[in-house]
Design a protein around this ligand. Structure first.
Ligand code: SF4
Length: 75
């Protein structure tokens, strides 16, 4: 199972280059862009609010902000 990038990561939360790394004691966000370009930090300081390497993921972020009862179609 692939760990989710936390929504508090700023741009990284929806970036195609972000990968969550989970250890027994901590959780990191790894920027895969750093492998090909040294200007990007391997473990960027979060939240990232501006980034030249940002590319949105093909699929949207998971929406965990829905309020209870939202989306009900009962009459
Ligand atoms: S390219 Fe930028 S926005 Fe994307 S994961 Fe790396 S630091 Fe985050």
């Amino acid at each position: 199972m692939t760990p989710q990038v936390p929504s508090t990561a700023g741009l990284c939360a929806t970036c195609a280059h972000a990968r969550a790394v989970v250890t027994p004691r901590s959780r990191f966000l790894l920027c895969e862009k750093s492998r090909e370009d040294a200007q990007f930090a391997r473990y960027p300081r979060l939240p990232v609010i501006a980034c030249a390497g940002y590319e949105p993921r093909a699929q949207g972020p998971s929406d965990t902000s829905r309020e209870p009862g939202e989306g009900s179609t009962e009459k």
